[in-house]
Design a protein around this ligand. Structure first.
Ligand SMILES: Nc1ncnc2c1ncn2[C@@H]1O[C@H](COP(=O)(O)OP(=O)(O)O)[C@@H](O)[C@H]1O
Ligand SMILES: N[C@@H](CC(=O)OP(=O)(O)O)C(=O)O
Length: 439
């Protein structure tokens, strides 16, 4: 039995947290490969080491004094080393890092040092081998993750180590330059390592007792989801449930390895099991609710639109030409709406509008900004009638105006558009009707 265990920043923020992680690993012989993140926040007001590194490197790049900032980062690691009574010095590592910062080695290199150094400490603490991710996780010349090469090299390397620590979040290009995944990317490394190790389980340890039905920052003490499918999870993490990086599902899913989300601060809790498919019926019609703020709806009207062959393609081409991806495209008989990320759209707004005019000759286009999208996800929805109706009535009772509703053809999710300002109220209302009161 082989388990790959990833510990998030919150699980490794201090010596006390490291000690809990040590106990968890030592309590199960099969926890052979460990993927650590960089130290996260010790309390709500604290700063993640990754953010300290970005900030320190920005100073180096601007040719400002960066050494005091680097010293603060070193202090965080030294506090962990001393708290664990380890005989380990990071003096030489920090000398090299300072040298590379002065040489402007890049912000990816800078950020990756958070995981790299934590990996060195973790390996020393556990007595495991240390494998630098730059030697086993590869990116191509365009900075895209190279899954095939990584799997080949990493599997061969893991065969030589019975127990090892592989830092999360980064890898390297052929020329050795470091590349990171997007934020939260240690989850992806964990998944890649699990696939390469042919693990039986990928455990992802964090600071909550599993995937919760809704974001705990919005709903107080939400219930834990016991079993969820990869597809449901993908919908939820894509729509903002940040507990697992949205791309972390792919490597393990291909290999059929289940993921178990666990809580470092409550290791006895079973957490959430993420599987390909299951007979386990979820307790409620809805498995989970997640959402994101910051969308713009581009509403396009044209009489007889439905009979014009190629209209939709022309509209979407206008977005494509400007490098903008779309989220949802609900449509009516003479109307079509394209939801895009506000951040991506604002700078190119007028170019996109003139491209739509040029390509599709609509009657009118209007824009609605500051919208949020909420995904209500559940494998149980397919066999239950009236789900959309319940959502509508819950939102109407909560005085939330529904701007859009879109049921995915898989019947696995319903997407609802509301004003940013109504986001939290809407999630509370939906949670309330499906979970709390089950009306
Ligand atoms: N549906 C959800 N279930 C659980 N946690 C969620 C959910 N949505 C958002 N979160 C947030 O995700 C956090 C865990 O993810 P993250 O901060 O990346 O942890 P780590 O530092 O362990 O990688 C939780 O503390 C919680 O605030
Ligand atoms: N340390 C990186 C990568 C990561 O995965 O961190 P965490 O496991 O704390 O979300 C970040 O902050 O983005």
């Amino acid at each position: 039995m082989i388990k790959v265990v990833k510990f998030g920043g919150s699980s490794l923020a201090s010596a006390g947290q490291f000690a809990k992680v040590g106990d968890i690993i030592r309590s199960d012989e099969s926890r052979k490969y460990v993927v650590p993140s960089a130290p996260g926040k010790r309390n709500a007001k604290d700063t993640k080491v990754t953010d300290m590194l970005y900030d320190c490197y920005a100073a180096a790049e601007a040719e400002e004094e960066f050494k005091p900032k680097l010293k603060k980062i070193k202090d965080r690691y030294d506090a962990i080393i001393n708290g664990l009574n380890l005989k380990l010095s990071l003096e030489e590592e920090f000398r090299i890092i300072a040298e590379n910062f002065a040489k402007k080695a890049g912000s990816d290199y800078a950020a990756s040092r958070g995981e790299y150094l934590n990996g060195i400490i973790m390996a020393a603490y556990l007595g495991y081998d240390f494998i630098d991710a730059a030697e086993v996780v590869f990116f191509d010349e365009n900075g895209e993750f190279d899954a095939d090469k990584t799997d080949k090299v990493l599997s061969a390397r893991l065969e030589k180590s019975e127990k090892a620590v592989i830092p999360g979040f980064y890898g390297a290009k052929e020329d050795g330059s470091v590349v990171t995944f997007s934020r939260g990317g240690s989850d992806i490394t964990g998944s890649i390592v699990a696939k390469a190790a042919k693990a039986d389980m990928y455990e992802n340890w964090t600071d909550v007792s599993g995937f919760l039905i809704a974001d705990p920052r919005i709903i107080k003490n939400p219930e834990v989801i016991k079993v969820i499918t990869y597809r449901e999870l993908r919908e939820l993490s894509y729509m903002g449930a940040t507990v697992l990086h949205e791309d972390a599902v792919f490597p393990v899913r291909k290999a059929g390895i289940p993921i178990n989300i666990r809580n470092t601060n409550a290791p006895e809790d079973e957490g959430t099991l993420i599987v390909e498919s299951t007979c386990h019926q979820s307790k409620y019609t809805v498995t989970g609710i997640a959402g994101k703020k910051g969308f713009v709806a581009v509403n396009i009207d044209k009489d007889m639109m439905n009979s014009e062959v190629g209209f939709g393609r022309k509209v979407l081409q206008a977005f494509e030409q400007n490098g903008i991806s779309f989220e949802h495209v609900p449509s009516g008989i003479d109307t079509m709406t394209v939801f895009v990320h506000q951040e991506e759209f604002v700078g190119k707004e007028q170019q996109v509008l003139s491209a739509i005019h040029r390509l599709a000759q609509p009657d009118t286009i209007d824009l609605e900004a500051d919208l949020a999208l909420i995904a209500v996800v559940g494998r149980g929805m397919r066999s239950t009638r009236g789900t959309a109706g319940r959502i509508f009535s819950a939102l109407a009772h909560a005085n939330v105006n529904v701007k859009m509703i879109d049921q995915g053809s898989s019947e696995l999710n319903i997407i609802i558009g509301v004003a940013n300002n109504d986001f939290e109220t809407a999630i509370e209302a939906i949670y309330d009707i499906f979970v709390k009161t089950q009306l």
